[in-house]
Design a protein around this ligand. Structure first.
Ligand code: C2E
Ligand code: MG
Ligand code: MG
Ligand code: MG
Length: 273
């Protein structure tokens, strides 16, 4: 069935064919329908305080959920960010996060693409819409390459509003040091690729240790992402990370499962209704 697909049609959607009478669905069509029919959902992956493993916050991770099938962002996010659907997706994201920020009583962080971040007007919407909610934006080092001055200004304004800023995938972009000189951010999330190395590679462990120290000296907290084993957890705790996140501790969960495992997340107001 999927073999008919020409350029722009994506073979990996073949398994999706039961969906609508044998039609081949391109990524473009999938996104269009996902927006139309509200197939986007957030899963939530908790992160924990390193010292006592108490839940410290949630990261919202987008999925497309349709007919029991779930698409991960690796399958659509790059395309989405370059497509005409980005504004509509942002619209959905704003609505959804606003609702959840009210419903949950723990901090929520949301991933923001460089494309969104550097679009004038995008950050203004955060500034207008949110204040006092426990909200963080996760951005990657890439956003600084384009315009450090703009990024730095926007980050100041966000933080002025009480919105926290996390640097995601820290260490995988370009020359992080010069950015750290310019930018006041709240948390750096040290990329999973470094965390994977801390057990067996002394060099990775040393590097990570220095990153954590450097951050701390600058008043920035640190989070170890992608912790998968007890050994890794043990080491990242010793290295002085403030927070840990990863499959060992918890996977990204659909809202229902999240709330049944961690009922304390619901705010008082939501529990009544
Ligand atoms: P990220 O923000 O760095 O998110 C971490 C990714 O690693 C998530 O994949 C998560 O499921 C996965 N992960 C967490 N712990 C572990 C672990 O212990 N081991 C391994 N192997 N993986 C782990 P996911 O949800 O597929 O998201 C992938 C990327 O897509 C995210 O990377 C983020 O850059 C992007 N993304 C996700 N949601 C959104 C969104 O709403 N908007 C935008 N613009 N990008 C998003
Ligand atoms: Mg993230
Ligand atoms: Mg990350
Ligand atoms: Mg990552």
């Amino acid at each position: 069935e999927a073999k008919r697909g020409g350029a722009g049609e994506f073979r990996f959607f073949a398994s999706h064919m039961e969906l609508k009478a044998q039609e081949i669905i391109s990524l473009d069509q999938l996104l269009e329908k996902a927006l139309e029919n509200r197939w986007f959902v957030f899963f939530y992956q908790p992160y924990f305080r390193a010292e006592d493993l108490r839940l410290a916050g949630l990261e919202a991770l987008v999925r497309i959920k349709v007919d029991g099938k779930i698409y991960n962002p690796s399958e659509f996010i790059d395309y989405l960010e370059k497509s005409r659907f980005l504004p509509k997706f942002e619209e959905w994201m704003f609505e959804e996060i606003e609702e959840k920020a009210r419903r949950f009583r723990v901090p929520i962080s949301v991933n923001v693409s460089g494309r969104s971040f550097s679009r004038r007007g995008f950050v203004e919407r955060f500034l207008n819409k949110f204040s006092g909610e426990d909200l963080s934006l996760e951005i990657t080092e890439r956003v600084f390459i384009e315009d450090v001055g703009y990024a730095s200004d926007v980050i100041k304004r966000l933080r002025g509003r009480g919105i926290r800023v996390f640097i995601d995938d820290f260490g995988t972009g370009y020359c992080a040091l010069s950015y750290l000189r310019e930018l006041a951010v709240d948390v750096i999330k040290v990329d999973r690729s470094f965390i994977q190395g801390v057990v067996e590679k002394k060099r990775d462990r040393d590097l990570v240790e220095v990153i954590v120290l450097l951050a701390r000296r600058l008043g920035i907290e640190s989070l170890a992402e992608g912790v998968e084993t007890e050994e890794q957890l043990d080491i990242v705790k010793k290295l002085g990370f403030n927070y840990v996140q990863g499959f060992l501790l918890e996977k990204p969960l659909p809202e229902e499962e999240l709330l049944s495992k961690y009922p304390e997340i619901l705010s008082k107001d939501s529990q009544k209704t």
